[in-house]
Design a protein around this ligand. Sequence first.
Ligand code: ATP
Length: 324
Amino acid sequence: MICLGIESTAHTFGAGIVDENGNILANEKDVYKSKEGWGIIPIEAANHHKEVADDVIQKALESASLQINDIDLISFSQGPGLAPCLYAGLNKTIELSEKHNIPYVGVNHCIAHIEIGRLLAKQNDPVVVFTSGANTQIISYNSGKYRVFGETMDIGLGNALDKFGRSAGIGFPAGPKIEKLGRKGKWIGLPYVVKGMDLSFSGIVTEASKRLEKGERLEDVCFSIQEVLFSMTTEVTERALAHLGKDEVMLTGGVAANKFLQEKLSIMSEERDAKFDVVPLKLAGDNGAMIAWTGILAHKSGYKTEPGIVLPRWRTDDMNITWL
Ligand code: ATP
């Protein structure tokens, strides 16, 4: 079975092609870029996706040396995400499905990050730290669902860094720049907000921005905001690991690129005799291959998709996991 996966939840329109042995035959994307200093404007991003969809899909078919008629299944990101962007993916899926008589399946974007990670990192039953722009969740499989053991109560870790970056005038996305600047900084003390198993980032971003206004060095605030946000995330991951008695930790999502975060999780995992892996960065951000692979797992295990709809607020723990 060969599956074409379509990703369109936020800024990325991706098309990936994967076979049922987990071989990634193609993975193409085109990323919407907003005006300097602006975040995603949903309608603009959706228009971008509609414009580039055919080209990106064609490129994926060409790099896999396949024709559309070789595709056995189409999988699309049904949610969570920005509704106009999700509709761009759904409508393209339905168009191709009807025109070429190919069945389709809708999968959860967050679970797709986990499944491509498990495939590539060769992890069996990990505690997953999924941290991207919009999401930050500590997830693990238990009794038919991927359960969320801890999560942000406000914004995702990536958005927290981007929001701070905007107030500091360092552009978007700010994560990589904050990482670089933080290497030359020192700890200046910032609030630490873990509530039970949940995390709250917004207040820390506001405080960090105020510290800049009061004249603290940008490098020091960049070091300190990372120190505090990543320590909080590691604390919750450690408690999930201890509670579940598991022995694998997997880091994925766009923020997985950050070396400070990797180091903290790696040290904690080692102290608990757990195997730690970072999902290869090429596939840790939003992409179509992860949607294709999860589509294959779902379809082969008899998963039923609600047809013709998108689920902008679809929670990770709301998708039935029929393949584990
Ligand atoms: P979602 O997948 O939740 O819809 P998204 O599409 O914005 O969100 P990704 O593409 O997975 O997320 O990741 C983008 C985020 O990762 C941005 O917020 C960016 O600042 C952050 N990021 C990228 N590289 C780094 C880095 N080196 N350090 C910290 N953050 C980073």
